[in-house]
Design a protein around this ligand. Structure first.
Ligand code: PEP
Length: 252
């Protein structure tokens, strides 16, 4: 049985004060809910708000993650943050290869691979994002794209080292667009990712691998998505910014 993980990606939203306000309102809303298999909850604010989020979530079951990292340990890399630095402030998770980073910041399958290795080395739980753009889906290339992104992300990573790996299937056409993949579309994509993970790491690893769905997850569709056999949780953007709506998703 894979434990579900519900992660919030706050993107470039919220100040430290707004982060504290969010947790003040959010934590009471999820306090007594039936945790339905003890799902894991992770919130990923900007680097600047990690400290505020970690302090605010201290006595709760909510973990805090970053949205990115750089693969070198330290050095002359202006504006970057290493895995060890994230661990030092108390972050436990990190999103890697989000489509917005691929689209706007030159992230490639190779940099995803480097980031994955450094996150694992530092003991962070990586959430590696993969997903096809609309043109690729329409051209029937979804399978190829997902396989390539996974294969390259996992290059020279051992199953032993990758034990904490989480993958998020995020069809780019569904991110921030209000268009959600149907549970069937998501489940089919998850099966492709799991098959690729089996080739890279073995069947036993693939059976345990958590694969999240991301792309316009909302309180209204969370239940049907999360009820699908191969969907092990959600990566939530827009709907995670509001405490009530994220709490409703967590309670799906
Ligand atoms: C995301 O940013 O990972 C995401 C899925 O965004 P949204 O939920 O807003 O589509």
């Amino acid at each position: 049985m894979r434990k579900k993980l519900i992660a919030a990606n706050w993107k470039m939203y919220k100040t430290p004060a707004e982060t504290r306000d969010f947790f003040r309102d959010f934590l009471p809303l999820i306090q007594n809910h039936d945790r339905n298999n003890n799902d894991e909850i992770v919130v990923c604010p900007t680097y600047l708000c990690l400290d505020a989020a970690i302090a605010a979530a201290k006595d709760s079951d909510v973990s805090i993650g970053a949205q990115n990292l750089y693969w070198e340990k330290q050095g002359a890399f202006t504006g970057e943050v290493s895995a060890a630095m994230l661990v030092a402030v108390g972050a436990t998770h990190v999103i890697i290869g989000h489509s917005e980073r691929r689209q706007y910041f030159g992230e490639t399958d190779d940099t995803v691979n480097l980031k994955l290795k450094s996150a694992l080395e530092a003991g962070l739980t990586p959430i590696v994002c993969v997903g096809e753009v609309l043109e690729e889906r329409e051209a029937g290339l979804t399978d190829d794209v997902l396989r390539r992104q996974c294969l390259r992300a996992f290059h020279k990573v051992s199953a032993k080292k990758a034990a904490s790996l989480v993958v998020a299937y995020e069809p780019v056409w569904a991110i921030g667009t209000g268009k959600t993949a149907t549970p069937q579309i998501a489940a089919d994509a998850h099966a492709i990712i799991r098959a690729e993970a089996a080739e890279s790491f073995g069947q036993e690893f693939a059976d345990k691998l958590r694969i999240l769905y991301g792309g316009s997850v909302k309180p209204e569709n969370a239940h049907s998505l999360m009820s699908e056999e191969g969907i092990d949780g959600a990566l939530v953007g827009g709907a995670s910014l509001d405490p009530k709506s994220f709490a409703a998703i967590v309670k799906y």
